[in-house]
Design a protein around this ligand. Structure first.
Ligand SMILES: NC(=O)c1ccc[n+]([C@@H]2O[C@H](COP(=O)([O-])OP(=O)(O)OC[C@H]3O[C@@H](n4cnc5c(N)ncnc54)[C@H](O)[C@@H]3O)[C@@H](O)[C@H]2O)c1
Length: 444
């Protein structure tokens, strides 16, 4: 029984002065109904969470950069919140009920997993993981705890109503039987290799904690040269710190497709891209996956294109290059092209008269989810329902990261989603997990 239902039942059965911890009987915004929240990463993307968290009870903050820690505490006006530079200490703070994680990508799966292991709800910025294995471990921990914990991956564009309009068109047969799905992004951030040693970190910057589980690298201020919310573009292309556009815009753009296709893990992956650089993830890349059939569609091919690679346009007069981040759904009777906020339908051939398709009455449209972060806060307070939980989004990033494994293996690989193993290439299996520095465990 959920806590709210439990309390509701008590309201009818218990005698008058029952004292319960954190009784929430006076509406979502009542003081007694506030969540004890913590923010890890208090600058940059973290700032997008300030106002949402300020309506709750902020009990802890963490940042490896003490200046950013002070910035967050001041802007969120929470002088009483405990301040940490090591997220592991924050997660051991007993009064923290829910955590928002805005750290660098290579620590996401760690923070997410450790938080759930300590019974804390978690909102984790995208991408959820930096390796196939990380995605699987975090999803498994979530599935064990899904009846008590609320999770959300930070793909906040999911709140755009266009996502569900696209889903309805695909599901209701506007393009006939779904056959193929592509998503793409055009961001290109080219680097040649890790930055060379340059000076030493400022005394209030905990570089060793920033590196966390990743291998040792020398300090270079160039990793922190970006503006707030854009600094991830200074480090996310290096293998030890991110997965480049696969995890960056790939998380958002594939979400537009993933929301419409009810997909399970792929049975194969293959990739084509620029020559492999052991330090930097590829800019130009395309990855292709076979996704099994489900109860409403046949098996489909799903592809991700980035850095100049693009799917072929379904019609000559549509230049998909003009859509910076988009998705294409191809079916037996036509195609649907979408970006985050708009869509266009292309019925194809003489049979595509649209008589086979009935648009839904307004009353049957999928309702708007409202504010994406608020959805998670409400979920923490009882419903546990979010649209991008670690099962839904965990599978998606597992597929995307498997594409990088196929790219590195240099051939098409077969994948068993149940065991998380590549079944026909042992070198590819070795690429499913990252190696961590001593002292760092993913399942802590
Ligand atoms: N959802 C979105 O639209 C969106 C937009 C931008 C960034 N992001 C994601 O947010 C994350 C942060 O991106 P950013 O551009 O703000 O990066 P950033 O480098 O500016 O880091 C944000 C803050 O986190 C701190 N930090 C980094 N690692 C930490 C750690 N291990 N422990 C504690 N604090 C740590 C930094 O010092 C900084 O103050 C990235 O994973 C990125 O993918 C999401």
């Amino acid at each position: 029984m959920k806590r709210r239902q439990f309390l509701k039942s008590l309201a009818f059965t218990a005698p008058t002065a029952l004292i319960l911890p954190r009784v929430r009987l006076f509406g979502a915004e009542a003081p007694s109904n506030k969540l004890n929240v913590a923010l890890i990463g208090t600058w940059g993307r973290g700032e997008a969470h300030f106002s949402g968290l300020m309506s709750e009870n902020i009990v802890a903050l963490c940042d490896v950069n003490e200046k950013h820690l002070a910035f967050g505490a001041e802007k969120m006006n929470c002088p009483k919140a405990k301040q940490h530079v090591d997220w592991r200490k924050l997660l051991d703070q007993k009064d923290v009920e829910a955590v928002v994680c805005c750290t660098a990508d290579h620590t996401h799966a760690f923070v997410a997993n450790w938080a759930m292991n300590r019974g804390k709800h978690i909102y984790c910025e995208k991408p959820l993981a930096n390796s196939v294995q990380e995605a699987r471990v975090v999803r498994a921990t979530y599935l064990k705890n899904k009846n008590k914990l609320a999770t959300q991956i930070g793909t906040q564009r999911h709140e755009f109503e266009n996502f569900n309009r696209v889903r309805e068109l695909v599901r209701d047969g506007a393009i006939g039987q779904l056959q193929e799905v592509s998503a793409w992004g055009d961001r290109q951030l080219r680097r040649s290799g890790y930055l060379p040693a340059e000076g030493s970190p400022p005394p209030d910057f905990h570089w060793d904690l920033w590196l966390g589980p990743s291998p040792e690298h020398p300090w270079n201020p160039g990793y922190f040269a970006g503006g707030p919310g854009m600094n991830c573009l200074s480090w996310n292309m290096f293998w030890d710190f991110g997965s480049g556009q696969v995890g960056d815009m790939g998380s958002h753009t594939m979400d537009l497709a993933w929301n419409a296709i009810d997909a399970d893990l792929p049975t194969s992956a293959e990739a084509k891209g620029e020559p492999f650089n052991p330090e930097v993830t590829p800019v130009t890349l395309q990855t292709h996956f076979e996704i099994p059939a489900n109860d409403w569609r046949q098996a489909i091919r799903v592809s991700w294109y980035q850095g100049g690679a693009l799917p072929e346009s379904p019609v000559k007069y549509l230049d998909v290059k003009k859509i910076d981040h988009g998705a294409l759904f191809e079916g037996s009777k036509g195609a649907l092209v979408a970006d985050f906020t708009s869509r266009a339908l292309f019925p194809m051939g003489n049979q595509a008269d649209l008589t086979y398709y009935k648009s839904r009455p307004k009353s049957d449209l999928i309702p708007p989810l409202g504010n994406f972060q608020k959805q998670w806060i409400n979920a923490c307070k009882g419903s546990l329902k979010t649209s991008c939980d670690f099962d839904y989004g965990g599978k998606m990033i597992e597929m995307m990261l498997l594409g990088l494994v196929a790219y590195r293996a240099g051939k098409k690989i077969k994948y068993d989603g149940a065991s998380g193993q590549v079944t026909d290439c042992s070198e590819a299996n070795d690429l499913l997990a990252r190696k961590y520095r001593e002292g760092w465990a993913l399942d802590g």
